[in-house]
Design a protein around this ligand. Structure first.
Ligand SMILES: C[S@@+](CC[C@H](N)C(=O)[O-])C[C@H]1O[C@@H](n2cnc3c(N)ncnc32)[C@H](O)[C@@H]1O
Length: 221
């Protein structure tokens, strides 16, 4: 039987070879101001954000990813949910031709070793490098050229990346930025078991408990 998961009321087919939506995806969906807007979902995975935006009142939605398997699932999931989305292959902005009111970006932003060890990014799902921040920094460098006037980039980050480099880049590239949400996420069993491999700056210890940090930034000019 086909695997199907529920994402904020939307049914999405998935398999063991693809990235499954997370707490980060849910917060990106809920906190992005997309109503009546032209939106790009950059790094769409199996399509949760793009389909959520299209179902709930975005004017027009495009979704892209570098991983063909994800694009295949996004196409099928768009059909399953009867939404009309433009879906295309792109290495970050390499094939993006239009400008958007909102770019929502939950691209791989986790140190490759953590991505592999946790099982968050199964098999061939494209990962960031060992800084965790290479893809996000590139998006921040290039996003301006793909935003309409008054538009904004919402970008998800984790403490399993070089957050100092990311925050410096946000200040360099955008006049305005705010943190839409910051969540301290308790460690899974697997993270706890692999504590010795983690960079100490990537988590917080409170009493006997460990937390990594997710932040969603809204950037505009
Ligand atoms: C953390 S997952 C998030 C997926 C989806 N947004 C979600 O919420 O489930 C990161 C996504 O970025 C994609 N990705 C990684 N490197 C990329 C690149 N260079 N260009 C475009 N997408 C990329 C991965 O294939 C994956 O779909």
């Amino acid at each position: 039987m086909k695997n199907v998961l529920d994402f904020l009321g939307i049914q999405l087919a998935y398999s063991d070879e693809v990235f499954r939506p997370t707490l980060i995806s849910e917060n990106c969906a809920k906190l992005t101001d997309f109503k009546d807007k032209c939106v790009l979902d950059l790094g769409c995975g199996i399509g949760p954000l793009a389909i959520y935006f299209a179902k709930n009142g975005a004017r027009q939605v495009s979704a892209c990813d570098i991983f063909e398997k994800h694009l295949e699932f996004t196409r099928n999931n768009a059909k399953l949910n009867e939404v009309d989305i433009e879906i295309f292959y792109s290495d970050l902005f390499s094939n993006v031709k239009e400008k958007y009111d909102v770019i929502c970006c939950d691209v791989s932003g986790v140190d490759k070793r953590v991505a592999e060890m946790t099982g968050w990014f199964p098999g061939d799902v494209p990962k960031a490098d060992e800084t965790g921040s290479n893809l996000i920094l590139k998006v921040l460098d290039e996003a301006q050229s793909f935003l309409n006037e008054g538009g904004n980039l919402n970008i998800a980050t984790t403490s399993f990346s070089d957050m100092t480099a990311i925050e410096d880049k946000i200040s360099e590239k955008f006049l305005n930025s705010e943190v839409l949400i910051k969540i301290e996420v308790p460690f899974s069993k697997r993270l706890k078991e692999n504590l010795q491999f983690l960079n100490k700056d990537s988590y917080k210890k409170i009493g006997g408990d460990f937390f990594w940090i997710f932040k969603l930034f809204k950037c505009s000019n």
